[in-house]
Design a protein around this ligand. Structure first.
Ligand code: COA
Length: 381
């Protein structure tokens, strides 16, 4: 039988979705029908999280109630802080994965019935909102603990991004830092069947529970081909050190057939529409903080990569994200967990869609090994 392989499931439509639309050729991204550009310029992470989880933009009272629920769910059970202490020397993304796994045991809506771990749609929305609220606290608590400090309790009067930065540093962030962080969360909130959301759907498709699917997603996000790219871009920027060194550095990397992180995308063959907002933020933050050289290094790298555009390799969202985080004073190993803080509503909505219209995701593999081997007893091998 002739077999057509879809390696990497490239260009394969897995299912239908109403969460986000991506046109990779034209560089278009919509969240539930709204342009990412309109949302980036006029909305905020809380509103977008509500839009993704509940299907429509909230009115004032819906947004106030949603924000209140997030604020109410920010604190972690003391057992989770203890768990974070136990694994504090691991990479922050591994600590986040561990904390999410552990917190399932404390979630009031987690079903203990192993024949039906999924639970109701309402309970899953509650879990999704709770995880959206808890992720920043988990990441910030771990960062404090590994620095030998005590976790900072969340503040009810601060917004989502502001409270995250406050819990990390123990002091109120500047309005510019809050705006940059909120924009970053918004731009990362949802992105279709990306590798981590797909992995989450696979777990959900077995009728496993939402927390298990999120643990799967975090493990998948960790890789540098996905969520780990911003961390590598930042390392590259530091290694390059000055705009004048960009040409030789990039040429040498490409001559060794190495990839330049922050470029290329499985779906976008035009510029990632999220990149322009991070680029603008990297420029303005760099100027404000007296560190324009990082932005200049990156724009120089972009120029070096122009010939690759003919092959559909353009800058992606992670290219400028790393420098924004660095300008905010955030350590490189927090970049992927920060991506996860933004992506949690998107993961949850992908899982909810999978539950709503479930089918086991179980592709085939085309076997190419031998078929006629004779078994020999161990002493005869
Ligand atoms: N730098 C240089 N060349 C790149 C490249 C990059 N960042 N990304 C892709 N290419 C090249 C590949 O070498 C390959 O060339 P070839 O056909 O001569 O072998 C070609 O483009 C196609 O790459 P492929 O790996 O098949 O595409 P993909 O759709 O599987 O890969 C990514 C998508 C994201 C994994 C890939 O672009 C990548 O590794 N980018 C860097 C990591 C990154 O920024 N990830 C964040 C994504 S948001």
């Amino acid at each position: 039988m002739a077999v057509t392989l879809a390696r990497g499931l490239k260009d394969v439509f897995l299912d239908t979705t109403e969460s986000s639309f991506i046109d990779g050729a034209l560089g278009i991204l919509l969240y539930r029908g709204y342009s990412i550009h309109d949302l980036a310029q006029q909305s905020n992470f809380n509103e977008v999280s509500y839009l993704l989880l509940h299907g429509a933009l909230p009115n004032r009272s819906e947004l106030a109630a949603f924000t209140q629920r997030l604020v109410d769910n920010r604190a972690l059970p003391p057992e989770i802080i203890d768990t974070i202490r136990l694994v504090k020397n691991a990479h922050p993304i591994d600590v986040l994965r561990t904390a999410v796994s552990a917190i399932a045991a404390f979630d009031p809506e987690v079903s203990l019935d192993t024949s039906d771990p999924v639970g109701s749609r309402d309970s899953n929305i509650c879990k999704a909102e709770r995880l959206t609220a808890q992720f920043p606290t988990m990441v910030a608590a771990h960062h404090r603990i590994r620095e030998g400090l005590e976790p900072v309790a969340p503040r009810r009067d601060l917004g989502h991004a502001a409270n995250f930065l406050y819990m990390l540093e123990g002091k109120e962030p500047s309005p510019e830092a809050i705006a940059a962080m909120d924009l970053d969360f918004l731009l990362h909130a949802e992105h279709g069947a990306n590798a981590s959301a797909f992995a989450a759907r696979v777990t959900a498709s077995t009728n496993s529970d939402l927390h298990s699917a999120i643990v799967t997603a975090i493990g998948t996000l960790k890789g540098p081909a996905h969520g780990g790219a911003a961390e590598v871009v930042e390392k590259m920027t530091t290694e390059i050190g000055a705009p004048s060194r960009v040409h030789d550095y990039i040429r040498a990397k490409l001559d060794r057939h190495e990839r330049i992180m922050g470029f290329g995308h499985r779906v976008y063959k035009a510029e990632d529409p999220r990149a322009r907002h991070m680029r603008a933020r990297a420029k303005s933050l760099g100027e404000q903080m007296g560190h324009s050289e990082w932005y200049e290094i990156l724009t120089q790298v972009e120029k070096e990569m122009v010939p690759y555009q003919a092959r559909g390799i353009f800058v992606n969202v992670d290219f400028y994200a790393g420098v924004v985080y660095a300008l905010l004073g955030l350590p490189e190993d927090l970049f992927t967990p920060i991506f996860a803080i933004g992506r949690i509503p998107g993961w949850c909505v992908e899982i909810l869609e999978q539950f709503d219209n479930n089918i086991l995701i179980r592709p085939l593999l085309h076997y190419t090994g031998p078929k006629d081997r004779q078994y020999r007893a161990i002493d005869e091998r």
